[in-house]
Design a protein around this ligand. Structure first.
Ligand code: DGT
Ligand code: CA
Ligand code: CA
Length: 572
């Protein structure tokens, strides 16, 4: 079982951490960090690319050496150089690096200056006051580190949905190949398309006597078998993810699928309704007394409790049962409804593909439009463009557009919102764009009051059409910034600024709850890939997942509109 992208990225990140502790050349450190980012951001798995005979050196920033290392990891699941390096760095130092507020630089300092090699050393140094004397260790930082030590282990690790997919897809394929297996379905939060997944819940139907459990527990990526019985087993994969598998009889498949899709809160609410009708629901079926009246399919089950079908994305006990009963469930937006994408980067800033390549990929996907939103100058790490460079970029867009029928590149930019809420480009240039996408990238730690005021000021700019990744969260890395989102949504609705659902797997920002709140406040939404490569355009579907979880229909999402109506909406 080849290593998946998340595992490869984790090894590279770890390698970079250890290099950094050892004071290695910063370019080397950066090369590994970049490799981790490129691999984890790739919509295709490295294993697949290698199996197709593709040259990994085609990936941005991946040279011969890194390509070889990726191949080694895919093949063996390990990186020998990392293991060597690990022997030279005290083991506990990497544990320290896992704490919030402690990166390699600080861990190195702790080790050098105070000989801190373990979490216990660290707690002692904090108590004795020695920590405060180190440069960069203010009271706030220390409190955060100690808080991190306390909550260790209490917060269960959750996986990004895209990472869960990377683990699930090959496992499902493996199970489907077992002779005698009929169906393999991933239920749970995965099927509800939650932005993060705690574990995978897999349902299997098979002919009697099929060795499903034995084959499952012997799957290559299994690190540990947690339990194994005749009809259920749990394992932990090498990437840390737990997988629960259940073998279910076909007559109960629908009931099991329904039960294990959850959510638990939804299940409990529906069970209550069933009880009111004198019925009993469990994972085997719907029963009146001892008689099973439904269970083979989900449709059967919904019919038995007299409810219309509720799509899995809505099953969170957030009003879907009442609404379904009243026949008022919205027709949820789908990927096929989207006519184009309003957020994409090219090699002009930090994208990996050229304007022409991005246009080609968008046309292949059947889009009518693609907004090119390279960064503006303030975002230096991404080689943001100044006004002159952007005008040249627009001229190149005009030249390409001249050759297209039924497709248009839209002139745009991901305009940085400066610390005071003004924008990183002059109004005259913004007025020349087809669509203006504004986004905050820096100053994310302002007080809620100042952050709200800053974003409101940006929304006041009459040129802005879309607010990108509105809360700036990065899943498992950075929480939403503090701001009064309700106020922001209200202001955006008034000014006709659309809120983005950014579909990058680590962003999914707005998330389901916020997107629903934005819609309720009267905002329109856009679903955008924020692609940094042609392949990255395919991430759009993750945004659609969250939009569906937010109860959005086609009418709520602007990039379901044909080009002329979209532009009318922006330039009314
Ligand atoms: P996760 O794994 O934390 O992302 O979330 P889920 O929803 O996949 O939860 P999980 O894996 O604990 O359980 C899978 C499904 O099984 C859950 O969505 C509903 C069902 N389930 C689990 N425990 C219970 C329970 O105590 N009562 C009921 N009615 N259903 C349950
Ligand atoms: Ca689960
Ligand atoms: Ca589970």
């Amino acid at each position: 079982m080849p290593a998946d992208n998340a595992e490869i990225a984790a090894l590279f990140d770890r390698y970079a951490d250890l290099l950094e502790i050892q004071d290695a050349n910063p370019f080397r450190v950066r090369a590994y960090r970049n490799a981790a980012r490129v691999v984890s951001g790739s919509p295709r798995s490295m294993a697949e690319l290698l199996a197709e005979g593709r040259d990994l050196e085609e990936l941005p920033g991946i040279g011969k050496d890194l390509a070889a290392k990726i191949a080694t990891i895919v093949r063996t699941g390990a990186l020998p150089q990392l293991e060597q390096l690990q022997q030279r760095v005290p083991r506990a130092l990497s544990d320290l690096m896992g704490l919030p507020g402690l990166g390699p630089k600080r861990v190195k300092l702790l080790y050098r200056e105070l000989n801190i090699r373990s979490i216990e050393d660290l707690q002692r140094a904090a108590r004795s006051g020695a920590l405060e004397k180190l440069p960069g260790f203010g009271a706030k930082t220390i409190a955060r580190i100690l808080g991190g030590i306390e909550s260790r282990g209490s917060v269960p690790q959750r996986f990004k949905l895209a990472d869960a997919e990377q683990a699930a897809a090959p496992l499902v394929a493996y199970l489907e190949k077992i002779r005698g297996v009929k169906t393999v379905t991933v239920a749970g939060s995965y099927r509800r398309r939650r932005d993060t997944v705690g574990d995978l819940d897999i349902l299997v139907t098979a002919r009697r006597g099929t060795p499903v459990m034995r084959r499952f527990t012997r799957y290559d990526a299994v690190a540990e078998v947690l339990s194994a019985g005749a009809t259920r087993a749990s394992v932990r994969l090498r990437n840390g993810m737990q997988v629960d598998l259940r073998l279910v009889p076909e007559a109960s498949y629908g009931a099991a699928l329904y039960y294990f899709t959850g959510s638990k809160a939804h299940n409990i609410a529906v069970r209550k309704i069933a009880v009111g009708k004198g019925l009993k629901i469990n994972e085997y079926g719907v029963y009146r007394g001892a008689r099973r009246i439904a269970g083979r399919s989900e449709a059967e089950l919904f019919a038995a409790v007299n409810l219309p079908y509720v799509p899995p994305e809505l099953r969170e006990n957030r009003g879907e049962i009442e609404t379904a009963r009243n026949g008022k469930l919205p027709e949820l937006v789908s990927l096929a409804d989207l006519r184009g994408d309003l957020h994409a980067h090219t090699t002009a800033s930090d994208g990996h593909d050229t304007l022409a390549a991005m246009a080609g990929a968008a046309r292949t996907l059947g889009y009518a439009y693609l907004a090119i939103t390279d960064h503006t100058r303030q975002v230096r790490v991404a080689h943001g463009l100044n006004a002159r460079e952007l005008r040249a970029h627009f001229a190149a867009i005009d030249r390409l557009n001249a050759g297209f029928r039924d497709f248009r590149l839209l002139k745009s930019a991901e305009v940085d919102i400066l610390d005071d809420g003004s924008l990183d480009l002059p109004a005259a240039l913004l007025a020349e764009m087809d669509v203006v996408v504004a986004a905050a990238h820096y100053h994310l730690a302002l007080s809620a009051e100042r952050q709200t005021a800053r974003i409101l000021k940006a929304l006041d700019n009459r040129c802005v059409h879309v607010l990108a990744h509105p809360t700036t969260r990065l899943i498992n890395q950075r929480p939403e910034f503090s701001a009064d989102m309700q106020k922001i949504f209200a202001a955006a609705a008034e000014r006709h600024v659309a809120m983005e659902i950014n579909a990058q797997p680590e962003r999914l920002d707005l998330d389901d709850i916020q997107a629903r709140a934005a819609c309720a406040a009267g905002c329109k939404l856009v679903i955008s890939s924020d692609a940094h490569s042609a392949a990255g355009l395919a991430n759009l579907r993750y945004g659609v997942d969250q939009a569906r979880r937010a109860w959005l229909s086609k009418e709520d999402v602007l990039n379901t509109l044909p080009l002329d109506r979209l532009l009318q909406t922006f330039h009314h």
